[in-house]
Design a protein around this ligand. Structure first.
Ligand code: ADP
Ligand code: MG
Length: 725
């Protein structure tokens, strides 16, 4: 029984599931979210204000207030039909975690009531000893605990009230993605606010904004199920490229198949209900590749929303007989998936600090933040690379796919010119002419809407796009918190340095603008090597980047080692974002994850080849051999009658021998991996040997896919998985 044909048959009967067209956005948006407005309805003015303080300033919530909020949440949740609640958190596994408890509680007299107290809201102890901690939790305190994050509102999924929480050890060490993110937000706020106040005295808070763009693949559920590699590793480990893939560019912005459209509509409705402000949907470059993006939000909330979205996509897809692939490289030979992270800085007074305007004052403020971000990325490019490292993303960043593993900043033609002019600023006091020139010519003329003037360079991993920076190198399955935490931290750190430099020049008697121009000039000179406007995929850039001393960390283990550098540890300790112990634990967790994932991939590949590919080839070989024998006996003296058949068989035999010997080596390597204990040594063995063996095995197997009778081939082919109708 060939499972491939069973699966294919199943897909022939698929029809789009009926979905109501998306109702009016305003009717469903945040329908299932306990928003601030709802909170306000349930709390008195004073309590509500205390909540807002806690939310914005990160203060703890006292027991009395927690009780009141819990009561309010419960009342609202039950009125919406919720029966359970869960602390929803983002452990380092990369998935989200939840443990459901019922509101129901039995009283001593046997009656049941619905109960939800402040304690239950504020703190929970999931039995979390199986979540990765990298050694942070000793056995006597094996239970980390989750604590409510008032910065992100509770929401209802199905019949469960979900409370976004941080996940920490009893010593307060971060065991999740959210805790360091919140710390980085507070750190950045401090120095960004102080800097913004040089220009606007009324600014009291600055927060980062994130607008993510999530790419994904859709594959029919039956076809997905027919591929053991997809099920177990999230990507195909074998498969020949289809004759047609993305050469024609006809998928990008093409019309969306009806079945996919039904899924997207459903997804949009569900997302809006839980408060994810989805906005765009379209096809991506590769066949069956799509994208969903919301309007940008405060970064903590946006990160939660992205995690929620990744969960939701999988759930909704199953209703439509699809499986969502979030892996960075589910199919070889075809574009992978990323997640652009659009990032900017916003004041509580509503100013986008990375948006240029039409007044010199506004533009000096813009340039100050703009140049400081560039300097931060220049000084910590390796760290930014490390923040997006994952086994899946190695297929994009380390390979010949965009964006490259080299971090550079694209700012566009116009701003490049501005940087050149600022570089010439006189040292120290400025002449009246120079001052006027700078203000009117250089700064004053930066057009308000740069967007349209920015030639969009799609090959840059970090691009300025008009009023925000866009990190394009983030992996599609990543938790955005990882790069966002790093960006917030390095920019916060840089602004702290800027403020110190500024005060020093002011003490020397320079006027405000003079001081700022002087500092920006120095920063531009110091960070020029990070600016690159050309083609990031080209081999010339790789050579040029090496000359400029930029890192090119091609594998996750290499990239992870960055967080062990003394300079990086100091950055995090000074900013309070990670302690030394937390960094060490993260290194361990991520390295182990890398090794485990690759070990699984190697085993799955070796097994697939042994159990699926080799027997199929032998089967076909048998047929060809029998056929040859028969032809030879029928036409013993007429070689022309069977010479071709013999050649086909020979080629098949050679390919089989190549495959079998490569796979034997892979199996040996897997056996060796299983005995290795040291994680660093294991990682080196994987990147140095195992990955190459996997590539070799795959190349032989893919060649055989084209040689063997299609009717025998047991694995669903790329062309069958990739063209949903
Ligand atoms: P694309 O990159 O696909 O061409 P856009 O350049 O229009 O798309 O950017 C889209 C993303 O940028 C959206 O997700 C949007 O939310 C986000 N974005 C726009 N302004 C900001 C901002 N100030 N901060 C963060 N993200 C933003
Ligand atoms: Mg984009």
């Amino acid at each position: 029984m060939n499972i491939r044909f069973i699966a294919l048959k199943e897909t022939f009967s698929r029809r789009p599931k009926a979905v109501d067209s998306v109702p009016k956005r305003s009717e469903i948006f945040e329908e299932n979210v306990f928003t601030d407005e709802r909170m306000r309805e349930y709390l008195d003015e004073q309590a509500y204000r205390a909540f807002l303080e806690a939310k914005h300033k990160g203060y703890g919530i006292d027991r009395a207030l927690a009780d009141r909020i819990a009561a309010a949440m419960k009342q609202w949740a039950i009125s919406k039909g919720a029966t359970h609640y869960t602390h929803w958190f983002q452990p380092l596994t990369g998935a989200t975690a939840e443990k459901h408890d019922s509101f129901l509680e039995k009283l001593p007299d046997g009656k049941a009531i619905e109960r939800f107290t402040g304690d239950q809201l504020v703190q929970q102890e999931p039995d979390a000893s199986s979540f990765p901690s990298g050694g942070l939790r000793n056995t006597f305190e094996a239970r980390g605990y989750t604590a409510w994050d008032p910065g992100s509102p509770a929401f209802i999924m199905g019949t469960t009230l979900c409370i976004p929480t941080v996940f920490i050890s009893y010593n307060g060490e971060a065991l999740d993605y959210k805790t360091p993110l919140i710390r980085s937000i507070q750190f950045l706020d401090k120095y960004a606010t102080e800097t913004a106040r040089l220009f606007n005295r009324d600014v009291e808070r600055v927060y980062a904004t994130l607008g993510w763009e999530q790419e994904y693949f859709l594959v029919d559920k039956a076809l997905y199920t027919s591929r053991p590699d997809l099920i177990m590793t999230g990507r195909t480990l074998l498969g020949h490229a289809p004759a047609k893939n993305q050469q024609l560019d006809d998928h990008y912005f093409g019309s969306i198949p009806e079945r996919v459209m039904a899924f997207m509509r459903d997804l949009e409705i569900e997302a809006l209900k839980i408060g994810i402000p989805v906005k765009t949907r379209h096809n991506e470059v590769a066949p069956n590749q799509y994208e969903v993006a919301p309007v940008f939000e405060e970064v903590n909330l946006a990160v939660d929303h992205n995690s929620m979205m990744m969960d939701l996509m999988k759930k909704v897809a199953r209703r439509h007989d699809f499986e969502v692939l979030l892996h960075e490289k589910p199919f070889a030979y075809i574009n992978g998936s990323g997640k652009h992270n659009n990032w900017s800085l916003m004041t509580d007074t509503g100013i986008n600090l990375l948006s240029p305007g039409n007044t010199p004052k506004r533009n000096l403020r813009f340039l100050t933040f703009f140049v400081n971000v560039i300097k931060a990325v220049n000084d910590y490019e390796e760290l930014l690379r490390a923040s997006i490292a994952s086994p899946g993303n190695d297929h994009r960043l380390g390979a010949n796919e965009a964006p490259p593993a080299i971090i550079s900043v694209f700012i566009g033609h116009y701003l490049t010119g501005v940087m050149q002019e600022l570089k010439q600023v006189t040292n120290g006091k400025l002449s009246p002419d120079e001052k006027t020139g700078l203000k009117l010519e250089v700064v004053g003329k930066i057009p308000e809407i740069l967007r349209d003037n920015t030639d969009r360079n799609r090959t840059s991993p970090f691009a300025f796009t008009g009023n925000k920076f866009e990190i394009r190198a983030v992996g599609s399955s990543a938790n955005c918190a990882s790069p966002m935490t790093i960006l917030n931290t390095i920019v916060g750190h840089q602004l702290k340095q800027f403020l110190a430099d500024y005060r020093a020049l002011r003490d020397q008697g320079l006027k405000k603008d003079e001081a700022i121009f002087n500092i920006l000039r120095d920063y531009i000179r110091q960070s020029e090597r990070i600016l690159f406007e050309g083609n990031g995929y080209s081999p010339e850039w790789h050579a040029e980047a090496a000359r400029r001393g930029l890192s090119n960390l091609k594998t996750t283990p290499e990239a992870l080692r960055v967080i062990k550098q003394e300079r990086i540890i100091r950055l995090f300790e000074e900013s309070g974002v990670y302690s030394r112990a937390e960094l060490e634990s993260r290194y361990q967790v991520h390295l182990e994850q890398y090794n485990t994932k690759l070990e699984i991939e190697a085993r799955v590949l070796a097994d697939l080849v042994s159990n699926h590919v080799e027997p199929t080839v032998v089967h076909y070989q048998e047929r060809l051999a029998a056929n040859l024998e028969r032809l030879k006996s029928l036409f013993p003296r007429n070689k022309k009658m069977w010479a071709r058949n013999e050649e086909t068989l020979r080629r098949l035999n050679t390919a089989y021998a190549d495959l079998a010997s490569a796979n034997a080596l892979l199996k040996e390597a897997v056996a060796r991996l299983e005995t290795m204990e040291d994680e660093d040594a294991k990682a080196d063995y994987i990147t140095g040997t195992v990955k190459d063996l996997m590539d070799r095995v795959r190349a032989h197997a893919d060649r055989l896919e084209l040689m063997v009778d299609d009717a025998l081939w047991p694995l669903t082919k790329y062309r069958e998985m990739l063209f949903t109708r």
